[in-house]
Design a protein around this ligand. Structure first.
Ligand SMILES: [Zn+2]
Length: 841
């Protein structure tokens, strides 16, 4: 206690007082000189660091100016965000290293290859990747980057020279440009000239959805493994290009906390992460502690945060021989706020981040050979494991869906994992693998542990608490068939030139065209066809013709009596096939084995007009995932209607309305319920997700029977109450359901089982009539991840899906998130089936 009081006093004596004008000197070490020819941030951006929140435009402008002024810095643009902002990278090192950079990079990469045992580490620089504010409304990191980049460019003396000689710094000034811009706008537009620390001030209460996420409201700090978003694609390329030794990720947390640096919870480290990784993290931590002691800042370590899910920036590096480090600074959110630790100023939060950035490179320099050696050892250990692996390869594929399989291979490609073609069609363990729709991944390769991290299933854990999801098994997320192989007998040539997807129409037809619904981009094709005013019908039963079998849900486009003539239709469908990467087959007769093409069992499908409810009371992540799916994958227009004006919106033109997970039923009122019921009765399809189940139940949209646990905390000490509660959270695990493939909700799925992602504890009793349960969890459904014993009991034979008619419309409920984080390709079709085939249910 005494220590803390003492530390507090130091903060007050060296701290910045609330209304005091901040200067650059507040952040910078004062025992050295700075090159006067290097422009200071305020000279370029028009305000002092910490006086206002830097916008991304200004941040970018300053970094470009610095790169021009300093021979220590080069800058590159690695792509653009969804909103068109550049994704910048600064490479900072000594001018001498700059003139030799490619050679240094090659030597650095060689350390992770065989034959590096004798490499002299004394002459090799260490590579440090520093990234700031991946959550846009955690801005102290990106704002600290201004002062930090200035320091790197302008600091003079032997210490900085030595550091630059020994270190390659990859500086990512803003991990989330769109989010940073959105938050800066909020904080700045609400800033008073007389800074106001009152927590009730609007400045500290951002409007929905806030600046944390990217354009489509994704948490980009969950995308390091699946790499579905442009920001992460740019940075994963940088990562593999350099294999940095340390990667830091600067965040913010609650206003009343202090400063956190890893290692976090010792019991919550992924088992594939070597122990030495955590030991190095702890040793690096001693540098942060020392530096923060010096400026009197409070901090903690080894609590709260974990190192489990490899999709996080501070954890991904741990499975590829690097050391990932998370920083969390108490957030002033705006410019100054009252807190348990006194007045928390924005400059104070920036200074802590700046200090940690500096202590990182100090640790890197002092621990250089040790950390380089760790990296070399990591890859050697991995090579040994890979060479002796009993599993020699993994095969995955979907004989009816080339695009989905391609997208899984695309992730491997981005993660520098090698894979091969399948040499010929083969049936393994009851699954058919088709050449062109399947890939073989050899286990004996460089990123062996990364492959394990992506493909393995885990159901036993040393801890029952998880900061994020506990399972992400990729072949389950994609719902592809996969198997472990004991030889490479099925492997064809390695795919070194990973070609984009293609599509085509087999030939011009005078009668009809067919395509199966299994292909991932089928909904994109159907939407384009219907929007063009072309009639299409959906097969309610399988059939076969010309030796090809067509499954439930096959789309049939007759040639006669369409808006387009025969030639125009062919040309149009060719365009559709190319854009949707699928094969459309021309047929010349209506005779089939099974339902003929003129049968009443081909049902007409209507053009859809879809809206989604967003805004206060709705989970922005879930809404963003759906928006992203429609907008970037399927090119389907989606109208976002805010809960704030839903009540006065004319809904009559919409065929479907989606309610993503509601947060506590929040934004939806009883009058909203009445309005939506009227709309459903007039023929609309209302589709609700996750916690919307509760609202659907309360407002009598559906007759739901929830399975509840009767758990009581027996013999649990007060001090353990959080662990007890936390253990009941299903933070994200994968479960198996059996599906009725003849039900339109399951059209496009070729197996009788499906893997579903679940991060809720809503358990519904099945209906009495079995055909009313087209998707039902099995009696032993856990495939991968953590669930408590009590909840494991509840999920057995429960149902994650309900559909019920109401008037001329229907209400549809999914208790699980089928669109999770843009990489759960395997269940994206369920929502599309609800949209296009709702009328058939
Ligand atoms: Zn964060």
């Amino acid at each position: 206690m005494k220590k803390i009081l003492l530390a507090l006093c130091t903060v007050l004596s060296t701290g910045l007082f609330s209304q005091e004008q901040v200067t650059l000197n507040y952040y910078l070490p004062q025992d050295i000189t700075y090159d006067p020819s290097i422009p200071k941030p305020s000279e370029i951006i028009g305000h002092e660091v910490g006086e206002w929140h830097v916008t991304h435009d200004k941040l970018m402008f300053y970094m470009q100016t610095l790169a021009e002024a300093s021979d220590r810095i080069t800058i590159e643009n690695r792509g653009t965000t969804f909103e068109g902002r550049p994704i910048l990278l600064l490479t900072v090192t000594s001018p001498k290293n700059h003139s030799n950079l490619e050679d240094i990079r090659q030597k650095h990469l060689a350390l992770s290859e065989s034959g590096s045992a004798g490499t002299n580490l004394e002459t090799l620089p260490i590579v440090v990747y520093q990234g700031f504010s991946v959550h846009g409304n955690e801005p102290s990191g990106a704002n600290a980057g201004l002062a930090y980049a200035y320091y790197l460019a302008a600091a003079q003396g032997p210490a900085i020279d030595a550091m630059l000689n020994n270190t390659i710094i990859l500086m990512d000034p803003s991990f989330n440009p769109d989010g940073l811009q959105r938050f800066a706008y909020w904080a700045n537009t609400n800033r008073s000239m007389n800074l106001n620390p009152d927590g009730n001030e609007r400045e500290y209460h951002e409007v929905w959805p806030g600046g944390r996420t990217n354009h489509y409201w994704f948490d980009i700090n969950r995308d390091w493994l699946p790499v579905q978003l442009p920001e992460s694609r740019a940075r994963i390329k940088t990562f593999h290009n350099w294999l940095p030794n340390i990667l830091t990720d600067h965040h913010e947390m609650g206003t009343n906390s202090t400063f956190f640096f890893q290692p976090g919870e010792p019991s919550r480290v992924h088992p594939l992460t070597p122990k030495m990784n955590q030991e190095l993290t702890a040793e690096i931590g001693t540098y942060h502690a020392k530096a923060l002691d010096k400026i009197g800042s409070l901090y903690y370590s080894e609590e709260n945060y974990d190192d489990y899910y490899y999709g996080k920036g501070s954890t991904f590096p741990d499975v590829v021989g690097s050391v990932g480090i998370l920083f969390e600074q108490a957030s002033s959110r705006g410019h100054i706020q009252e807190s348990d630790n006194g007045l928390l100023t924005f400059p104070f939060t920036i200074r802590n981040q700046f200090t940690a950035a500096l202590s990182t490179v100090e640790a890197a320099q002092n621990m250089r050979t040790k950390i380089l050696d760790f990296q070399r050892d990591f890859y050697q250990g991995q090579r040994d494991e890979a060479a002796s692996s009993k599993t020699k390869a993994i095969i995955f594929g979907d004989e009816k869906d080339a695009a989905k399989t391609w997208h899984l291979a695309e992730i491997l490609h981005r993660q520098k994992i090698k894979f091969h073609e399948l040499n010929q069609d083969v049936t393994l363990a009851g699954s058919r693998y088709k050449k062109g729709n399947s890939y073989v991944v050899p286990m004996n390769q460089k990123n062996h542990r990364l492959i394990k991290a992506m493909f393995e299933k885990r159901t036993t854990f040393t801890d029952s608490l998880f900061y994020d999801i506990s399972a992400w098994t990729f072949p389950l997320a994609f719902n592809v068939d996969y198997a472990e192989l004991t030889s490479l007998a099925n492997a064809g040539p390695e795919i070194t030139d990973f070609k984009p997807l293609t599509g085509a129409v087999s030939e011009e037809s005078n009668y009809a065209y067919l395509f199966e619904w299994h292909e991932y981009y089928g909904p994109k094709a159907l939407n384009k066809i219907l929007n063009k005013g072309i009639r299409a019908k959906i097969a309610q039963y399988p059939f076969s013709m010309n030796g090809i079998s067509y499954d439930y849900g096959t789309v049939m486009i007759p040639v006669q009596n369409q808006e387009l003539n025969k030639k125009e239709l062919y040309n149009f469908l060719n365009e559709v096939a190319k854009e949707s990467y699928l094969k459309i087959t021309a047929v010349s007769t209506g005779v089939t084995q099974g339902i003929d093409l003129g049968s009443g069992d081909f049902e007409a499908v209507e053009k859809q007009k879809v809206a989604i409810i967003v805004g206060e009371g709705i989970r922005s992540y879930d809404a963003g995932e759906i928006w992203h799916l429609f907008d970037t994958r399927y090119d389907i227009k989606l109208t976002k209607i805010d809960t704030e004006y839903l009540g006065r919106t004319d809904l009559s033109s919409y065929t479907d309305i989606i309610i993503p997970g509601a947060s506590g039923g929040g934004g939806l009122s009883k009058s909203n319920a009445e309005k939506l019921k009227e709309w459903v009765k007039d023929g609309g399809s209302l589709i609700g997700y996750r916690t919307t189940a509760n609202w659907f139940g309360q407002q009598e949209f559906l007759d739901l029977k929830f399975k509840k646990d009767t758990l009581v905390a027996k013999n649990i000490p007060f001090g353990k109450r959080n662990d007890f509660r936390g253990a009941q959270v299903t933070g994200g695990a994968i479960f198996e359901a059996k599906i009725d493939r003849s039900h339109p909700i399951n059209f496009g799925y070729k197996n009788n089982r499906i893997a579903l992602f679940r991060n809720s504890n809503i358990y519904l009793e099945p209906e009495k009539d079995s055909y009313d349960n087209p998707i039902q969890y099995t009696a032993s459904p856990l495939l991968s991840g953590y669930i408590s014993e009590e909840n494991a009991e509840l999920i057995k034979n429960s149902v994650p899906f309900k559909v019920s008619r109401m008037g001329r419309g229907r209400v549809i409920l999914f208790t699980d998130n089928t669109n999770f984080r843009a990489f759960w390709y395997g269940t994206n079709k369920l929502l599309m089936n609800a949209i296009f085939f709702g009328d058939m249910m």
